[in-house]
Design a protein around this ligand. Sequence first.
Ligand code: ZN
Length: 173
Amino acid sequence: MMIIAREALRQIVDAAEAAYPGDCCGLIVGRQHANGTVEAVRAHPSANLRKQDKQFEIDPRLWVDLARALGRGPMKVVGLYHSHPDGPAQPSAIDLEAAWGEDLVWLIVSVAGSEGEEPRRGQAVQVTAHILDHGGRQFRELPLRTADWHVSPSRTLPEDAEEKGEGANGEGP
Ligand SMILES: [Zn+2]
């Protein structure tokens, strides 16, 4: 599961809408907990170094600067985010090809354009979190919650049940 600070999520959503019809991208700083939960605390926007072909490339200097600033403290770069203008909040084939680092969470914002308006304004319609799995060959979606989100007792969460199953004993038959 990824738990994201409400302010960080708002910042990412705002950046995705502001960049529309282009892509936004950046890094996410937070903590990785022993139980597998990833806590996203802050978003750090990056210039998109590759704007063509609906691709993105995070400025390598941002990685270096953040790594230096965070040092050996409890916080580190736990993930990255980018937007899919007029596309689903699912990792693309290009994303999978470019992805590396099995402990990095990929946050993707789907942005849809307003109808009948020129210029079209972007509105974020979905946000998902994925992590590389199966030796880096595919993405697995992680449940995503804001830090102030609480489980209602009556609500069932199939994602959580699935996680427990995996932790218990492999993938089953
Ligand atoms: Zn993508």
